[in-house]
Design a protein around this ligand. Structure first.
Ligand SMILES: [Zn+2]
Length: 143
């Protein structure tokens, strides 16, 4: 077992129902869908204690415990992920999480523009369809 796994094991067993079996303990945890952008890369993964993270992905278990982790830990330890329709993501978790992060960042941009009331900018950043956003300069982002 590598160093990340040893640290993760220690951290997760204390918060899981299963106190002895790392693999079974990992199965108790699910990605909540919440992603946090800290703007600067100085956060720590609460699972493997990897440093310099800008984004935190929240995972939770049935005991009501929550951990803020890096997306690579969700992949590495195969934490359960459900999409917005409630369907489990079993393949390409990494690309699903990247897409979810993009979506969150775009939502943040809209929120900032709305709250700063810069209507001129809002016009240039209009939503084209349900899953596409047109950025300034004609760049289309699929979310
Ligand atoms: Zn980690």
């Amino acid at each position: 077992m590598n160093r990340w796994s040893e640290i993760a094991k220690k951290n997760i067993l204390t918060l899981s129902k299963n106190k002895n079996n790392f693999n079974l303990a990992l199965k108790e945890w699910t990605f909540s869908g919440n992603i946090y952008d800290h703007k600067v890369a100085e956060e720590i993964c609460e699972l493997c204690e990897n440093e310099n993270l800008r984004y935190h992905f929240e995972i939770y278990n049935g005991l009501g415990n929550r951990l803020l982790v890096g997306s690579s830990c969700i992949n590495r330890f195969d934490i359960t992920v459900f999409d917005k329709e409630g369907i489990e993501v079993t393949e390409n978790k990494e690309s699903y999480l990247k897409k979810a992060l993009n979506e969150k960042l775009i939502e943040d941009i809209f929120f900032q523009l709305k709250s700063s009331n810069k209507t001129g900018k809002l016009k240039r950043l209009k939503k084209t369809t349900a899953n596409k956003v047109l950025l300034k300069g004609g760049v289309e982002v699929i979310i």
